[in-house]
Design a protein around this ligand. Structure first.
Ligand code: F6P
Length: 362
């Protein structure tokens, strides 16, 4: 039997499901008699000398935490040393070399990097960091903005969290005959708002991928046969000539039209919560696929779920497949993003449910 040493690292924003995938990978490694370590605090921990690591073979601790939100490995804080801060200081090359050296010093055969579209794009662009080992990535994000995979770890739990939050507000809305404008996370991708909006039967869902008209939104609300409800507003929408938070902009327009309303900001509660069963299954599928990819000597790949099938795709295919957007923090770097497509079946379902979803798919 070939013995291997595997590292796991979580980077970027956390989400529920990270601990499940860490636990499933660890379990798979132990059954294969491979050594397994966790790198703490993402690239900050890898950059440290020596790198900050923990032995993950204490399964009792992992087991007790495997369905809780956050990452037991931690993802680093905003003042941490990472690609962004290194780029700002003009030290990206030195930073990348140090990460490469750290991985070598740890003696890893493979690194499983659990990250979002920013981390995966950087892994593709700076692949030399991982040239001495096998790199297998696992897509996680509550935003579902990673191309080539139908699901990302954390998305379903975020939809559940947001739906639960909205349902609670709906009861208050009813007793006060008012509307709640809920501003969702999701960055530039409307998937979270769209899915949770359909789940709770919102009256309107505004997402960045669909052009909307505030007057038509007001008309829709006034025509409604109820005097209370939910308007789900994605954090990335904008209205020409208006500034401020998207939920506040919509709320002002409703108030002007004499529609009683309040705003609500669930914020990081959307990223919290016990991991739902479908995210646990996804985490198990991705962990299994990642370990098999290591056995097959694959590198620079990402696990995906496509039409019910778990497999890997190359990081270059992931990068080529998405719409490229300038990295907000690193000049000259592009990230590969996915959005709600015009043919997304939920747009039609929402329309058929009588939900105001906007005018024209962009
Ligand atoms: O990408 C995940 C996410 O939760 C986004 O939906 C949100 O815009 C952002 O991260 C919030 O980031 P932070 O936790 O740094 O405020």
């Amino acid at each position: 039997m070939v013995t291997k040493k595997i590292g796991i690292m979580t980077t970027g924003g956390d989400c529920s499901g990270l601990n499940t995938v860490i636990q499933r990978i660890t379990d798979g490694c132990i059954r294969r008699k491979w050594q397994i370590i966790g790198i703490q605090d993402g690239t900050d921990g890898l950059y440290s000398s020596p790198a900050k690591t923990i032995d993950l073979s204490d399964m009792n601790f992992l087991f007790a935490n495997s369905y809780s939100s956050g990452s037991i490995l931690a993802n680093g804080n905003e003042n941490a040393t990472n690609f962004e801060s290194a780029a700002r200081a003009g030290k990206l090359n030195a930073f990348n070399k140090r990460l490469q050296k750290s991985l070598k010093d740890l003696g890893l055969d493979a690194l499983i990097l659990i990250g979002g579209n920013g981390s995966l794009s950087l892994a593709h662009l700076y692949k030399e960091i991982y040239s001495d080992l096998q790199l297998v990535c696992i897509p996680k994000t509550m935003d579902l903005d990673i191309p080539l995979t139908d699901k990302t770890i954390g998305f379903d739990t975020a939809v559940q969290q947001l739906s639960y939050y909205a349902e609670q507000l709906l009861l208050i809305a009813r007793s006060h005959h008012r509307w709640f404008v809920i501003q969702t996370m999701g960055r530039a991708c409307g998937s979270l708002a769209l899915n949770a909006g359909v789940a709770v039967g919102a009256d309107a869902i505004l997402i960045p991928e669909v052009k909307f008209d505030v007057d038509n939104l007001v008309k829709h609300i006034k025509k409604s046969n109820r005097d209370y409800g939910i308007i789900m507003v994605s954090e990335a929408i904008s209205i020409r000539g208006h500034s401020g938070k998207p939920a506040d902009m919509i709320s002002r327009a409703l108030t002007k039209a004499n529609i009683p309303n309040r705003t609500a900001f669930p914020e990081h509660i959307q990223r919290a919560g016990n991991t739902v069963a479908s995210d646990r299954i996804l985490a198990s599928g991705f962990a299994d696929t990642a370990l098999k990819a290591i056995e097959n000597n694959e590198t620079n790949v990402m696990t995906v779920l496509q039409n019910g099938e778990y497999k890997t795709v190359s990081l270059s295919d992931f990068f080529d497949a998405g719409r490229k957007v300038k990295d907000p923090h690193i000049v000259g770097v592009m990230t590969s993003n996915r959005y709600v497509e015009p043919d997304d079946v939920l747009l039609q379902i929402a329309t058929d449910m009588g939900i105001y979803i906007g005018e024209k798919r962009k």
